[in-house]
Design a protein around this ligand. Sequence first.
Ligand code: HEM
Length: 123
Amino acid sequence: MAKQFTYKEIAEHNTEGDLWMIIDGKVYDCSKFVDEHPGGEEVLLDLGGQDATGPFADIGHSDDAVKMLEDLYVGDLDKDSEPVKRVEAEPSSSTTGGEGNGALILALLIVIAAVVIYYMNQQ
Ligand code: HEM
């Protein structure tokens, strides 16, 4: 019987050199395949340690692509294990957006102040 991995164990393999992925309840080690993926590294890295069943199917991968999975197979997902919540990078990016707005408002204030000073000096 194939080795079973929990969601938590799989989630730990989420870096470029150590990248696992779940597709249709099976676990694949994509570490060596990342560089070769015709769809690029980024999409695989984004899904590292997670269930990629949906995204993999959405692309409509060819039979050749499905065949490639056989070489990457390391075991099965323990479906009874507790799913791991993905930590989104959202808050930090929205903070950056906020800072960006702050800088824009400051720049606008400086321009307005410069215009006011210019007109005051005209009189
Ligand atoms: C280990 C799993 C995967 C394997 C073995 C694999 C393999 C391949 C292969 C062989 C192709 C070339 C086109 C084809 O033959 O279908 C391809 C294209 C592509 N793959 Fe994957 N893929 C995997 C996972 C993923 C995942 C999880 C995504 C997530 C979105 C993805 C996104 C894409 C995209 C965007 C393309 C380009 C499609 C195009 O330009 O027409 N792949 N993949």
